[in-house]
Write a new protein. Structure first.
Length: 478
């Protein structure tokens, strides 16, 4: 398999194996109606030719939750139809909504848990999911995705920490699977068995007593038996280890499980690929060919290509990387990887989501709420004197880098090589100063900086600046 091979998902075929996972934008208002800004965000992904676009989470119920899209009533269909029409007019990208139900949270830190729901409440949730997917079909979506990961209701029932003690309870795997099983049956009955429906699932919860890949393999088998069209693997994002900020509703992405869900720059790349490989291998061994997607720092083209080529997953979910540069698929396909606006995993987008503010990328031009349109003819940024631009100084076990402004640069990519290793981009910044706090005594570091235009057009790299870090005094010769 190759990254740009087509893939069959139910009755549809996507043009490549690149998925835009659901990312909350907060571009709508509190009424949950699609806005032009919402449409513009997803049209940019379609223009970049992602194979499958998953629209940000849409609530199936009417609750106060800030600027979040809704699919809880037929009145929302018109706006959603405008969204799907514009995407389909732009390219052959397929578009699914991510459909969610979530339990109540309060600014005091209190949250509703699965055991607080009555059987009547559960019956209503089952019906709401079916109605929502039916609306998705009427709105012109190519399929739908049920959100069974992170801190949402389906995930809370699937969790090993599910506190219920009845037929939906956490004491047995079958009890934990009962709700999503009923939801899938209702969805198929109301939206049709030919309508593609995928499920987002945690490969691991990354909380105390939470489930691991041991369970997610079994859950994936049940989902395949239920006839899901694909399984999209994520991780973490749970309330159980969230840190409460006084006066704010509990945010499930600020504990360790949240870090695993949206890994920052200090966590390794492709960190969930191994989980996906285990789930995919187990499904195949059980005779199921349902496609599997995986997300988690996969925007390096070599990583994305490797995950697909080695059969670890059938699709790669690239969220923040495609937020930074929606034209990533086109640039990779055309061999223009040096023009990609590379995500540096600063997680400004995550922080904006946590405060219900419009989600943007920090690497976009100042004031932008959308990624700039690609311009392959844009002039490359230029240094005043590229041979004397960069200085690197060692200060208190830190390497401090400085460089002048480059004309036409929107941001700067910082590259580092340790000893004889190949240089790797380790950060992208808009300022002209950067500090490396991770130098290791007794080793040699080489740096250079590359200026980039807003659409990724690279300028000439600076000179290479070198820092030799002395070994600390406690080191002794062996």
């Amino acid at each position: 398999m190759k990254l740009f091979d087509p893939l069959r998902i139910g009755r549809i075929t996507i043009a490549n194996r690149i998925m835009v996972p659901a990312m909350v934008t907060h571009l709508c208002k509190e009424d949950g109606v699609v806005t032009q800004d919402t449409i513009n965000r997803y049209v940019r992904y379609a223009a970049g030719r992602a194979g499958l676009i998953i629209v940000e989470a849409m609530a199936i119920h009417q609750v106060k939750s800030g600027p979040l899209l809704r699919i809880s009533d037929d009145v929302y269909i018109e706006g959603l139809r405008r969204l799907t029409q514009k995407v389909h007019e732009t390219s052959d990208s397929k578009i699914f909504p991510q459909i969610i139900h979530f339990l109540k949270v309060a600014r005091t830190g209190w949250r509703q848990t699965a055991d607080m729901l009555s059987i009547t409440d559960i019956d209503q949730i089952v019906e709401q999911f079916g109605d929502a997917v039916r609306r998705a079909r009427e709105a012109g979506f190519d399929g739908a995705e049920l959100h069974g990961a992170h801190a949402y209701t389906l995930s809370s029932f699937l969790s090993r920490t599910n506190p219920r003690a009845d037929e939906y309870g956490g004491q047995t795997l079958e009890g934990r699977l009962r709700l999503i099983g009923r939801v899938m049956e209702n969805v198929r009955r109301k939206a049709g068995r030919d309508f593609p429906v995928g499920v987002r699932l945690n490969g691991e919860e990354f909380i105390k007593n939470g489930y691991t890949v041991v369970d997610s393999k079994l859950i994936a088998v049940r989902l395949a038996e239920l006839g899901v069209s694909y399984i999209s693997l994520s991780a973490g994002g749970k309330f159980e280890d969230a840190v409460h900020t006084p006066g704010q509703v509990l945010y499930p992405y600020n504990g360790y499980s949240g870090d695993r869900c949206m890994p920052g720059d200090w966590l390794p790349r492709a960190l969930h690929a191994g989980i996906a490989a285990e789930v995919k291998g187990y499904l195949v061994a059980k005779g199921h060919q349902v496609p599997v997607a995986v997300a988690g720092k996969l925007d390096a083209p070599a990583d994305a290509e490797r995950v697909v080529a080695e059969g670890m997953a059938d699709m790669v979910g690239i969220a923040r990387g495609l937020l930074a540069d929606p034209d990533w698929p086109l640039k990779v396909k055309n061999g223009e990887t040096d023009r990609i606006v590379l995500c540096d995993y600063c997680n400004v987008c995550k922080a904006l989501d946590g405060t219900h503010k419009t989600v943007i990328c920090a690497l976009w031009p100042q004031g932008s709420i959308q990624a700039p349109k690609d311009d392959p003819t844009a002039q490359a940024p230029k240094w005043p004197d590229p041979e004397k631009s960069l200085t690197a100084t060692l200060k208190e076990s830190r390497a401090e880098l400085k460089w002048p402004k480059a004309v036409g640069s929107a941001n700067y990519q910082v590259y580092r090589a340790i000893d004889q290793e190949d240089p790797q981009m380790i950060d992208a910044v808009k300022i002209t100063f950067w500090v490396d706090n991770t130098v290791l005594g007794g080793h040699k570091y080489r740096y250079f900086v590359r200026p980039c235009a807003a659409t990724g057009q690279p300028g000439q790299r600076t000179n290479t600046a070198t820092v030799e870090v002395p070994a600390p005094g406690y080191m002794v010769a062996h």
